[in-house]
Write a new protein. Structure first.
Length: 183
């Protein structure tokens, strides 16, 4: 009788072992670890692609001349050098016959909606600030100054111009520039 009962007990023990230990371990811990390993493999592949792209771009950068690199750095600066910018604008103004004064640097204002709340803009790869300056000169000289600003490599926009009337032909201009740089 024990010989007939013993196989049934072993079968029930095997089913119990499977249901109590093997199945939960296989579907729980092992599945989680397998998914984590797959995520790490994807991260490693992405890191390899990034490294290859970095090497490719470094090679392309090495092929550029120093003059081209300087022009690129001027066009896409990674910070704002306020002193150098003011010196450049002042030099351009003196060549044009305009005298600059009253420099004021401030953060560019964020646009607001009709309720006065600031809208959250999507994250951009660049940042900006406003530079207000007062200029004194004749109209042709001021136009020459603006043409020089337009042709400069530095990415900036003229946001606002206020002209104060004069009877002598020498006007006072309040100009606001918006400067851009990479974050």
């Amino acid at each position: 009788m024990i010989t007939r009962l013993l196989p049934v007990v072993f079968i029930l023990a095997a089913i119990g072992l499977f249901a109590g230990y093997i199945h939960p371990t296989y579907t729980g811990d092992i599945t989680t670890l397998t998914a984590e390993i797959d995520n790490y493999k994807l991260a490693l592949e992405s890191a390899k692609r990034f490294k290859q792209k970095e090497v490719q771009l470094a090679g392309e950068k090495d092929q550029l001349s120093t003059e081209q690199l300087q022009r690129l750095e001027t066009f896409l600066p990674d910070s704002v050098d306020n002193v150098q910018l003011i010196l450049d604008l002042n030099s351009l103004a003196s060549r044009s016959g305009v005298q600059l004064s009253d420099f004021d640097v401030s953060q560019a204002e964020k646009e607001s909606n009709s309720f006065g709340a600031v809208e959250l803009a999507p994250q951009t790869p660049y940042d900006s600030l406003d530079l207000s300056v007062s200029a004194v000169g004749s109209y042709p000289a001021f136009r020459s100054f603006l043409a020089g600003v337009e042709n400069s490599l530095r990415p900036l926009d003229v946001v606002e111009i206020i002209v104060k009337d004069s009877e002598t032909g020498v006007y006072t201009y309040e100009v606001t520039f918006r400067l851009y740089w990479l974050r």
